[in-house]
Design a protein around this ligand. Sequence first.
Ligand code: FE2
Ligand code: FE2
Length: 476
Amino acid sequence: MSTVNSERIPNNVHLSDDKRLQRALEAWQPSYIQWWREMGPSGFQEDDVFLRTAISVDTDGWANFDYVKMPDYRWGIFLADAAPGRTIGFGDNMGQPVWQQVPGEHRNTLRRLIVTQGDTEPASVEQQRMLGQSCPSVYDLRNLFQVNVEEGRHLWAMVYLLHSYFGRDGREEAEALLQRRSGDPDKPRMLGAFNEPCTDWLSFFMFTFFTDRDGKFQLLALAESGFDPLARTTRFMLTEEAHHMFVGETGMLRVCDRTAQMMAEHKKDQPEDLRKLGLIDLPTIQKYLNLWFTLSLDLFGGEISSNAASFFASGLKGRAKEEQFEDHLALAGTYAMDVPKDGRIEHEDVPLRNAMNEVLRDAYVEDCQRGVDKWNRTIAAHGISFELTLPSRRFHRHIGLYAGVYADPQGNLISREQWEARKDEWLPSDADKAYVRGLMTRPVYDPKQMASWIAPPKQGIKGRPVDFEYVRHGQA
Ligand SMILES: [Fe+2]
Ligand SMILES: [Fe+2]
């Protein structure tokens, strides 16, 4: 079923058998390329970049690695192979055959889910478009572009569903996905974190670690969907997503490694001293972690949600790895929730279906912790006693029960005055941001070099050395 082909839009969905759909997508393609040229990586569109391109869904050899100019990247449509006889694995329709067409009663909800997922993909490309001009190395520059082109492909994946299954509404939504702009006050992207500026590499690594990981869990939940084309699309997207989180996890690991190594070597631990050495001090790393973790927590939606309950009930969106749960109906259970009331925390037992956002967030937090543990082991390996921690889920929230509530990183409720007085200890201050940006004003385009604030990676890409010329910049 997984075929490579030489059509304008590479695909394994037999696009050439459906002329109407093929024409519609070929008509969307120039708008997409125009968007990419306008909003994709600024200043590198004519460079040859050593990129991975999805060409099939075969587990061995699904991708091809070669130099390509980004606007010529072959963004394709690939669905994981169908599982014969697949049935809905949860909710009220449990055990019934999955849907190959959109059930009328779920049409609007499904479209909304797909558009919301789709909107995040171009948004992140827009957020990251200036980063190439401050890259710490050519290796990192290439990884940035790899993430960017694959987010572009994820947009294609969602647009394919919109065009195939949602008729005219779907085509209009596909157009609108190219019209909104991250951070634009008049036509912003749909979700908060995707309108935040991501203009320095510390933010980029935090984004790919925390925000792309929200993507992973949303995709895992959608991969359970009773709407089979959505399940199959998202399953394949997860393959690419893994690399994005690798970029974030190893990026931060290398920053922590470099800082801790120099702390040990120079026997210094004061941020001012470390900044003089061109390093990112650990308290500043903690603040960026606090920011991107909490922005990403918000993406899971409210703790108590009737929408989440109905997505689950109708079989549209499950839990991550639904098969690991015993009870797929989730009608009887409750979830013990901490709810803020009049300045105190009260416990409330919430019907499980209404707590599905929180269940997914639990899995996410656990996954984040595993990465942070690795960073901490790297710091400890240099004999430095400093531990990065995930802040409380009550801290710095803008969605759900803790929106409008002030809490410190430990989760203690505090007054607004206390928050104002201390927030610069917990989140990047203007001075921190200015320092981090200042550290990165000069990009590193020589493959043999690495910025002062980050250790080199352990290995290069696809068997190439670390100092390989992954991007041939400015040679056009
Ligand atoms: Fe994505
Ligand atoms: Fe991603």
